[in-house]
Ligand binder design. Structure first.
Ligand code: ATP
Ligand code: MN
Ligand code: MN
Length: 370
């Protein structure tokens, strides 16, 4: 399900903040958000702009007591909604809680069809964009990444409402360390399969991706990248360094290997790599024929067989045994990652259905200013 950056939620609770009468903490699903005291009531339907929303800095409806000034990003000025500590308190505020009544168009949608409205992302309607750091090196795009494997997005633990219900009482999750780079997918489709027709066409100079029995592709999160850039594009450089095109060709199966490309030019080099250095860590393998993810343990084995690194796996856990709440998981997400730096967080993957969610460490978000 695509991420709902701006959505209708309910205020579950309002908590006072010691020595601060101006603000209260509103609990909205797994999030805690500072709001003006008295502005909201318990159970009120509200609009929540999640962190990483990029909102107007001039529209008074988006103003918030903890936000100051505006920043320029991607051609416009606005406010990047980040994680902030409420002054002199132990409360973290994450997200903007807004009055539904301030947005007649949203309110109308809500009164018209509640169920549908609760499932809608209102970002576009309200001109809110998802803030993203520019990808390190993009390269030449052949078109959008193919639709025959899923995007690697992960929902945040704060939004998994049923996590601590019976539904997951006996579920096993793979717990892995979240790497902070760019999503990268290397795929192979045989030329005798239906999928071959839907891969982006190869321009002159990029024919190398056309192998004897099929086609290999390297995709960033959003776009299919041309191998004509093989010498300067880090996605292709890394795929070739691991000999992936040939390994997949030899395997001859329609699969997509998904992992995180990390390194010097990715995401502000948060892992602290040396100049020009990059690496690739597998976190999933998708069976294109079956249209389903391979079980996590098989992915670990396969990655090893292919001579690839896998994201660090801490273990296989029952979430109800290691945590009592979403908050407990957020605490657990804090820790040391690569090169002695704070890690971004943990990812939990359901062994049964292969679905995953992320717990991003709040100490990390505060340290990097997101
Ligand atoms: P942002 O712009 O904030 O970095 P994003 O779109 O990269 O957002 P993330 O918040 O980083 O999304 O979370 C999802 C991504 O996490 C996946 O797309 C994947 O690339 C990456 N990831 C890193 N480590 C892992 C892991 N161990 N398991 C699964 N995904 C991982
Ligand atoms: Mn990321
Ligand atoms: Mn993120």
């Amino acid at each position: 399900m695509p991420r709902k950056l701006v959505s209708i939620r309910r205020v579950a609770e309002l908590r006072p903040i010691a020595y601060n009468s101006r603000l209260q903490m509103a609990l909205v699903d797994g999030w805690t958000c500072a709001v003006r005291t008295g502005a909201f009531t318990r159970d009120e339907a509200v609009l929540l702009c999640e962190i990483d929303s990029f909102v107007s800095s001039t529209d008074p409806r988006f103003q918030h007591p903890l936000h100051h000034g505006a920043t320029a990003w991607s051609g416009s000025r606005g406010v990047h909604v980040k994680s902030v500590m409420v002054n002199r308190s132990s409360h973290i505020s994450q997200g903007l809680v807004l009055k539904l009544a301030d947005f007649p168009e949203v309110q109308a949608a809500y009164y018209n069809d509640k169920e549908k409205a609760l499932d809608t992302c209102f970002a576009e309607m309200l001109g809110v964009r998802k803030w993203e750091v520019a990808p390190g090196e993009a390269g030449t795009s052949l078109g959008p990444s193919p639709a025959f494997f899923p995007k690697t997005d992960a929902e945040r633990v704060q939004n998994i409402k049923t996590l601590f219900t019976n539904k997951y009482a006996n579920a096993t999750f793979q717990e892995s360390v979240k790497m902070d780079g760019s999503s990268m997918t290397v795929y192979y489709v045989r030329n005798d399969s239906q999928f071959y027709k839907s891969v982006p066409a190869l321009p002159e100079g990029a024919r190398k991706a056309d192998l004897k029995n099929g086609r290999v592709g390297v995709s960033s999160r959003k776009v299919d990248l041309s191998c004509a850039d093989e010498k300067k594009n880090v996605f292709w450089i890394t795929a070739l360094r691991y000999g992936l095109p040939w390994k997949l060709h030899r395997l001859g199966r329609n699969i997509a290997i998904q992992g995180e490309l990390v390194g010097a030019t990715m995401n502000r080099n948060r892992h602290g790599y040396g100049k020009g250095q990059h690496d690739f860590f597998v976190f999933a393998i998708y069976d294109i024929d079956k249209q389903q993810y391979m079980p996590p343990k098989d992915v670990e084995v396969r990655a090893r067989e292919l001579g690839l690194k896998h994201v660090p796996v801490l273990g296989y856990v029952n979430i109800h045994k290691i945590a009592k709440s979403q908050d407990d998981l957020l605490k657990r997400a804090e820790g040391v990652g690569m090169n002695g730096k704070k890690r971004e967080g943990l990812v939990y993957k359901n062994v049964q259905d292969g679905r995953w969610f992320k717990a991003i460490a709040n100490n990390y978000l505060l340290a990097i200013g997101e």
